[in-house]
Design a protein around this ligand. Structure first.
Ligand SMILES: *[C@@H]1O[C@H](CO)[C@@H](O)[C@H](O)[C@H]1NC(C)=O
Ligand SMILES: *[C@@H]1O[C@H](CO)[C@@H](O)[C@H](O)[C@H]1NC(C)=O
Length: 196
């Protein structure tokens, strides 16, 4: 009798087939592309960011007046356009820290909560390294909740405008995907926030 016909072999074949199906289902992902603006105001009226740790670590070797480990906590307004009075669509909450003693580099750990539109109440988590004087930095989208559960991807973070010395507008162009099996209630992109 051919050995592959034995019941335990059939079971093995069935198990492998199911595992492959699960992998295939997981491989199908739905893209979600968003363009958002974040208002980072570190002093004065409408302040949204504070120095949590300052001047504790050793002096930074290439950023005058800064110290290794300087950390800012943020609760920044997120809008659909670069103007602060454009539609509010969320908050960006978390920290960024001067994470190199010599290089001009921050490490950001920020969660964006969306408060409007089809992703209202959903979040995505952003992590990565920001070179302070680079025009554009790539950060990782490392997860999400709600409609964005198991989100993965990247985002491009760049300074859109310096409104004043303490007020910076950042543009976030987000390219992420969620499992195709996730709720389909929300469109792949969100009308006015969609990246063309
Ligand atoms: C977003 O969700 C919150 C909580 O469920 C709700 O109070 C609010 O009205 C929603 N906002 C919009 C614009 O749908
Ligand atoms: C976003 O949605 C619109 C309308 O459904 C569609 O025409 C467009 O191709 C979509 N863009 C992306 C990047 O998926």
């Amino acid at each position: 009798m051919a050995s592959f016909a034995k019941p335990q072999h059939l079971l093995l074949v069935a198990t492998v087939a199911i595992a492959l199906l699960l992998v295939a289902a997981d491989a199908r992902r739905r893209p979600v592309h968003l363009r958002l603006y974040m208002h980072d105001i570190i002093g004065g009226p409408g302040q949204t960011a504070i120095h949590l740790i300052r001047n504790v670590g050793p002096p930074h070797t290439s950023l005058k007046g800064a110290y290794f480990g300087d950390t800012v906590a943020i609760d920044d307004l997120v809008t659909e356009g670069p103007a602060i009075d454009s539609r509010a669509v969320g908050r960006a909450q978390g920290t960024y820290m001067l994470s190199s003693q010599h290089e001009q580099v921050l490490v950001a750990a920020v969660t964006v909560v969306l408060t409007d539109g089809p992703y209202n109440g959903s979040t995505f988590a952003v992590a990565g390294r920001v070179k302070i004087f680079d025009d554009t930095t790539e950060l990782a989208v490392v997860g999400g909740t709600g409609q964005l559960r198991r989100a993965a991807g990247h985002l491009l973070w760049k300074t859109a405008e310096w409104v004043s010395e303490v007020y910076m507008v950042l543009e976030l162009v987000v390219h992420m995907s969620v499992p195709a099996t996730a709720s389909t209630a929300a469109p792949a992109n969100w009308s006015s926030l969609a990246v063309e």
